[in-house]
Design a binder for this molecule. Structure first.
Ligand code: ZN
Length: 103
């Protein structure tokens, strides 16, 4: 029985930015060897090493905050409406309700 081969296109961590990626190459050998998500990250890694942990954390936090703001912007008007309706507060021009400024 042949030994099961490990998938050369399996997910792995980029050595530079530490984010997971799938190899992009068409060639099996290259796919198995790929350690960086992009050529730019490979270049950066050999220039100045991996991204420092605090920089990496800051980047992830920034992405998280951006996504949370997006979710809030989408959900907040609906949430406010249902809250007002639940408490029997009349909502004039409810269809024109906009999210508060700065979100
Ligand atoms: Zn990367």
């Amino acid at each position: 029985m042949p030994k099961p081969q490990d998938d050369p296109w399996k997910w792995r961590k980029c050595r530079f930015c530490k984010l997971p990626f799938k190899p992009t190459g068409k060639d099996v050998g290259n796919a198995r060897r790929q350690q960086f998500c992009t050529a730019a990250h490979q270049k950066e890694y050999w220039k100045r090493g991996a991204l420092p942990a605090d920089k990496f954390t800051a980047r992830i936090e920034k992405q998280l905050e951006k996504r949370m703001r997006e979710i809030l912007r989408e959900q907040l008007p609906g949430l406010m409406l249902s809250y007002l309706e639940e408490h029997g507060i009349p909502v004039p021009g409810a269809t024109r309700l906009q999210p508060p400024h700065g979100i």
